[in-house]
Design a protein around this ligand. Sequence first.
Ligand code: MG
Length: 191
Amino acid sequence: MSVPRTVAVRARKVRVLVMDVDGVLTDGRMVLSERGDELKSFHSRDGVAVALAKRGGLRTAFVTGEKSTVAQARADKLGVDAVVLGARRKGEVLEDLCAQFGLPLEASAYVGDDLLDVPALQRAGLAIAVADAAPEVIEIAHIVTRARGGQGALRECVEVILRAQGAWTATVEAYVTEHGGRPRRTRGERR
Ligand SMILES: [Mg+2]
């Protein structure tokens, strides 16, 4: 995904990637059982996106308005740095997170899809909306992903940020090598 220069300039400063969960990492639907258990479906490529973000030197955080044990479990599995559940004032949460990490707001990227995300998007250095976000969210975002929420949108966000920082290719190669692959420059060579 190529981005305008003004977006690349913003992306270059990002050190913490903060995201909403429902509608960003999921398609926004919540499946409830009769017993009240909640099911959400996440995209595995977004899981790898979190790993790439971390490897690329970014902090990560989930901020959700829900008090969801599923979101907490997903964050735990992926090793997300911070999780804020039951967040109804996400702009203030973003400020607190940046303070916690010792970073200015301009070093934050925020990914959202709905109205509760607007206050955070207005404050973030890089405001990102998923493709199927509410019109009010798309309107204030610096960029909109091609993918819809839950369909790999986070992967695009990580790629945009790390590419702007000149770190994408090396990060991907390191990830592949770590998992037994060969660095790209030696592809085709005999061992
Ligand atoms: Mg949402």
